[in-house]
Design a protein around this ligand. Sequence first.
Ligand code: NDP
Length: 328
Amino acid sequence: MTDLRSVTVLVPGRLHQHSIDRIGQAFDMIRIARADPALLTDAQKASVRGIAASPSPGDTFIGPDVMRALPNLEIVANFGVGYDGVDANFAGRHGIMITNTPDVLTEEVADTALGLLISTVRELPAAESWLRVGRWRSEGNYPLSRLTLRGRKVGIFGMGRIGLAIARRLEAFGLPVAYHNRRRVEGLAYEYHDTLKGLATAVDTLVSVVPGTAPTEKAVNAEVLTALGPDGVFVNVGRGSTVDEPALAAALANGTIAAAGLDVFANEPDVPQSLLDAPNTVLLPHVASASQHTRRAMADLVVDNLVSWFSQGRALTTVPETAQVRPE
Ligand code: NDP
């Protein structure tokens, strides 16, 4: 059996402390400030067999440059179910395993999505500010919310693990659900639309929970928002890259849709001023899975994947692009 202490795992940039503690105990760990091979000596580059990281599409991206620089790299354990911070297609073509952290965060993200939806429709953050700044006392009751969940029909863009958990909650709220994926989910009774525009036309509330990929890039555009309509509410807990943000800001400003609740943005942590200024947005700093409980479970799964790969020769939660990768 492999002595894990002889296996070198690189941790570039920030990572959950629990992952770092476990990797430090089990493996030979190298930490560097960011995913930049120039920060490693040649000997270190040759020694690295695994990476554990919480990368993102920006400057912490784990792309071909990083993977090519590490000739003995076997696995990248990604913190998060979304793995748009790693070039998984390149990894798949070069025999490098990529793992993510599905399932352990599904219910948490679905909970947050519902919280964000209700906050957006019923203006709960604005109502709370009303109380905190003393307007309840000085001016009386907070104005009645223009919007309600009652009578809404919700479209889910991305009926995967999290989309389904959101749909189940919406059912309990008494709301009809429809969805769009590239493929109909077999055995699922919810109304299916084979285009996003078709879904947006059929509903007044759109919840996006698709991965950030080339095909989903700016998929929620002016046309989709127009189809959603003037009572439309858009909620995004997927990825910011899936939204044409200037088109969304314009739609919110000119009444093309009524309101938006956003947990994710195209260029985090920068949030467009137009969205910050809009009175009909509820904005969260990418916190959908961010409880201590769930982040710890994700941190464990990152390390469990590394341990399983190097001790059993198999990963636990493989992304589809690298499903065929086997240890040498
Ligand atoms: P899944 O892979 O289970 O679901 C993704 C769904 O999106 C699938 O149903 C898939 O169906 C659909 N989809 C993918 N590409 C397209 C496309 N081009 N057009 C239409 N539908 C598409 O993932 P999860 O539910 O576990 O997670 C979804 C995403 O949520 C993650 O990738 C991540 O980006 C995001 N997320 C955000 C979090 C946050 O903190 N805000 C936390 C956790 C996740 P099909 O393949 O049939 O098209």
